[in-house]
Design a protein around this ligand. Sequence first.
Ligand code: NCD
Ligand code: ZN
Ligand code: ZN
Length: 485
Amino acid sequence: MRLWIRGGRLIDPSQGLDGPGDLVIAGGRIVYAGPPLPGAPAAAQAGSRLPDAGALGDGAAAGGGTGPNPAGAGLQVLDARGLWVVPGLIDPHVHLRTPGETHKETLATGGAAAAAGGFTAVACMPNTRPPLDDAIRVEWLAMKAAAEAAVRVYVVAAATRGLAGDEPAPYAALKAAGAVAVSDDGRPIARAGVMVRVLEGAAAAGLPVLVHAEEPELSAGGAMHAGAVAAAAGMPGSPATAEAVMVARDLLLAEQAGARLHVLHASAAVTLDLVRWGKARGIPVTVEVTPHHLLLCDEDVAAAGFHPHWKMNPPLRSRRDREALLEAVADGTVDAVATDHAPHHGMDKDCPFPEAAFGVVGLETALGLLLTHLVPRPLSPARLVELMAAGPARILGLPGGTLRPGAPADVTLIDPQRRWVVEPERFASLGRNTPFAGWTLRGRAVGTLVGGRMVFRLDGGPVPVPAGETAAQEAAGTQETAGIV
Ligand SMILES: NC(=O)N[C@@H](CC(=O)O)C(=O)O
Ligand SMILES: [Zn+2]
Ligand SMILES: [Zn+2]
């Protein structure tokens, strides 16, 4: 089965593409991405390197699955006029709460939330119960996710046994089991001596180390950013230096160990300065930021009456920090956007701010928030795609993040004009803990394809139709069946 995605705006910074273009998918892979192909399906076959239909068979992954096709070649056409066609988005940082906390999220609900948000792949963190600190658990989760999640799930394994910060986990075995990186996310690795062994061990195994940078004695008891807002409200605060001193330490230690370092959820201006310094020095460091840190600050926590949905770790920082993050995203310092999707049960948030759990969900709102508030300024559409697809793929060494021929056919179809309202009760995620409830956004994923198979289609989103039917519809002038507004 082949799918011809026609008439969209192809945005793929990995190939320098941004303009009208077509995409052809066969056997679950991209076979063509480039200028619009000539009108008739037969011409498309001749004009590109489409494999022979007979050789592929209709069992191969493909969107739609609408039965026998009149064209006889298994070709389906998706009308993408008015849509952006981009490499499948990748979220390098989510919490899927499996095993152990499946009342907060499951692989199925987290996978569905990812697909609805336009993500074709996610990397899930190991702070589960029990933690993902041994090879059997990593392998088990990867297999279970392949069966239950709509999108690709890559597993990040624990950096230390039991996430306790004392003993490095068995990296070679974790890597052999499929882990793409190691992290104690949710907790810092407080002891510098342990961190050295983590970095050396991970480097030897060829795994990046993802750090939750937080100096626990400096952050102790903090519920929000230690700044003027916290001081005025008498809220216990956690200072930006709690993040920055650990980033400084880890840059130096990563350089010494020759390890790949990735800074999770950077929130403070000084953190970005340190990362700039590290990059200029040639230290192999990457950094991600979240949509909530880009769009909110501590003043918003007060404006929301210290509602626990505005509580996460690291905390929303000062307006100045937020501005510095925006600058770092625009100037290329930041490598990726990550949601840090952290679903919690209502119970964990139904308490006063200081006692509430840290974390907000993000999979279903990230793309719409950034399209609405950061595109085209300060981010071009291509830069956004880079931050949400190629960047995450590069950080974690994943296939994808590109529409190059031969790559897996992971594709996101975006309607940049579609208006919608964030309604947490309609999330596919089990988590409802978002500070963006009620926000009106412009721009949304309307179709998500993983390995050429449509795993999400928004109501009114594009429907692949057999090539013969498209021709018939064109003749009859009924193009609107493809749902383009
Ligand atoms: N970000 C959060 O506030 N919470 C995360 C842990 C983490 O990412 O540090 C969680 O697992 O709930
Ligand atoms: Zn964290
Ligand atoms: Zn996290």
